[in-house]
Design a protein. Structure first.
Ligand SMILES: NC(=O)NC(NC(N)=O)C(=O)[O-]
Ligand SMILES: [Zn+2]
Ligand SMILES: [Zn+2]
Length: 418
């Protein structure tokens, strides 16, 4: 049997697979402030149960948002003593907070996130082109990275009498062109300022040509997609099923095929959860009104199995899983000197899982509200155990008695803060 001697643990994992722990760099923990939506305790237990050993927390939906040095301190205090896996933090770029950016880099945020369209919460306003130039001037030469929610408002013919319960009504309100125009802005800025940029949760395949051209022209640009765009498609979303609502929207099967091809061809770098929970009432399952429901899907615990269930049928290999879910994501948040691969000197972050084992998504959901579009789905690839820096944090449904995760702040040396 494969015996894994990790720190003081000897763990008989039978013929399960040992892989680097997953780094999920797109998670909305929403604490402090909206701990009724999620929180570090429940989110990091869901992460551990899904083989995720590092999460990078998004700067919004928490109150306050992580948009100032003081708010980052609030965040750290809220997270203290509650994390079962290691946690890093994204700062936020909003209009007028440009003088907070370098101090937050100095304090060790992984990078920054901004929105080019309404974010869904009032306290995290989206930026204008002018705000972006101001922020880019602050970020130039720091080595930091700016992540974009890449949708822009474009003039749209609103369908007056469309049924708000029909998924197509929502889908038609967020067409591909909104991503295309937003990504045109991102590529221009990235080429001009030569600041690392990253497109979060790409849903449409249409901008892929633009992204590829910008990278060939020397833009330091990366792009992620999410498990829901790869596993779900619009044709299968029932009327009123607002648990499937997210922004940008889940699009059709033909678009999904193009995302898988782009992943295979190296034009999409990584796959994340974009775990974005809320309280069940905000999903409006009572009315099934897509136009009023919260946009966000909860899946943090199931990313590995979701990805492998589809990827294994499409000729992707186990090393591909480590590349897309561990190595590339660790590189984005500059943790790749300690996380994301099993090399000497790296943290002993491991997920032990059985790629052949099938299971059904049901009661054993560990994020706060047991609401997910994946409920009842049969997935392939079951996590047996998760180890963070050599310590067993999860094994077959049980968690370590103490939250052993630590906060990952990567302070930048002075020289990079030119
Ligand atoms: N405020 C949010 O959590 N928004 C998130 N919501 C989604 N993706 O539907 C996101 O990532 O944009
Ligand atoms: Zn977003
Ligand atoms: Zn998000």
């Amino acid at each position: 049997d494969a015996m894994t001697c990790v720190a003081l643990i000897v763990l008989d994992v039978g013929d399960s697979l040992v892989m680097p722990g997953i780094v999920d760099c797109h998670v909305h923990v929403n604490e402090p402030g909206r701990s009724s939506w999620e929180g570090f305790w429940t989110a990091t237990r869901a992460a551990a149960a899904g083989g995720v050993t590092t999460i990078v927390d998004m700067p919004l939906n928490s109150i306050p948002p992580t948009t100032t040095l003081d708010n980052l301190q609030d965040k750290m205090e809220a997270a203290s003593g509650k994390c079962f896996v290691d946690t890093a933090f994204w700062g936020g770029v909003i209009p007028g907070n440009q003088l907070e950016l370098k101090p937050m880099i100095q304090a060790g945020v992984a990078g920054f996130k901004c929105f080019l369209i309404h974010s869904g919460v009032e306290e995290f306003p989206h930026v204008t082109d002018k705000d972006l130039h101001t922020a880019m001037e602050q970020l130039q030469g720091t080595g930091s990275v700016l992540l974009f929610h890449a949708e822009r408002d474009v003039p749209l013919l609103s369908e007056e009498d469309a049924d708000p319960k029909d998924y197509s009504t929502f889908l038609n309100s967020r067409p591909d062109v909104m991503e295309l125009e937003a990504i045109r802005t991102v590529t221009d800025l990235c080429l001009h300022y030569q600041v690392r940029c990253h497109i979060v949760h790409l849903s449409s395949a249409q901008p892929l040509e633009l992204i590829q051209a910008a990278r060939q022209a020397g833009a330091p640009l990366t792009v992620e997609t999410t498990h829901h765009y790869l596993s779900l498609s619009a044709e299968h979303i029932p009327a009123g099923a607002t648990q499937f609502k997210c922004c940008p929207p889940i699009r059709g099967a033909a678009n999904q095929e193009k995302l898988w091809s782009a992943l295979k061809d190296g034009h999409i770098d990584m796959v994340v959860s974009d775990h974005s929970p809320c309280t069940p009432d905000l999903k409006r399952l009572d009315t099934g009104d897509f136009t009023q429901a919260w946009g966000g899907i909860s899946s943090l615990q199931f990313g590995l199995s979701l990805f492998w269930t589809s990827a294994s049928k499409r000729g992707f290999t186990l090393p591909d899983v480590a590349r897309f879910l561990c190595q590339s994501t660790a590189r984005l948040c500059r943790l790749d000197n300690q996380k994301g691969s099993l090399v000497p000197g790296h943290d002993a972050d491991l997920v032990i899982w059985d790629p052949e084992k099938e299971f059904e998504v049901k009661a054993s959901i560990h994020h706060k509200h047991k609401l997910t579009p994946y409920m009842g789905l049969r997935l392939r690839g079951e996590v047996c155990a998760t180890i963070v820096r050599g310590r067993l944090v999860y094994k077959r449904g049980s968690f370590s008695p103490l939250p052993l995760g630590k906060h990952l702040l990567l302070p930048q040396g002075k020289e990079s803060l030119t």
